[in-house]
Design a protein around this ligand. Sequence first.
Ligand code: URA
Length: 189
Amino acid sequence: MRQCQGCDLYKTATQAVFGEGQRDAPLVLAGEQPGDAEDRQGRPFVGPAGHILDRALEDAGIDRKTVYVTNAVKHFKFEPRGKRRIHKKPSSVEISACRPWLEAELAVIRPAIVVCLGATAVQSLAGRGVRVLRDRGKLLESPFAKGLVVTVHPSALLRLPDHSQFEHEYSLFVRDLQAARKYAARLAA
Ligand code: URA
């Protein structure tokens, strides 16, 4: 994967960022792509979105050390703006080019539940029939795991303008993660 040239994103990213966690994890969490911090550090979900994810996992009764965290796309896509690098959404071609890596991770781990964090992971693993807001928290079928759950991306919470909206959306996010934990316990048994 470190040598992957399946799309053009390798040209500008610092490095490919692979998933991280337990090989026998009952839960796999799939995000979109590494952000600025992840691109520099070479590890998934270590920046601001990762901090929210860590807190939500804890509030949902899930120990991050027991799960596997990864992304639909392994290279950071961004637009330079002055000294900053602004996140850009990966295209369908980039998502498809990277899917074999994600499928390979899931084939090794064979989790009870794969959780798609946001629309890009949904597009990669669940296809067009699944909608994040309509289907969040439900137990869905998947060829990649015993079940699939979709929820919002934690960085969507970071963009909310006021505290009460954040608290509300955060509690819904935690509720979806709790649902995933319960499905995983049931399906792994
Ligand atoms: N956003 C993601 O989707 N993944 C990361 O690893 C970091 C931010």
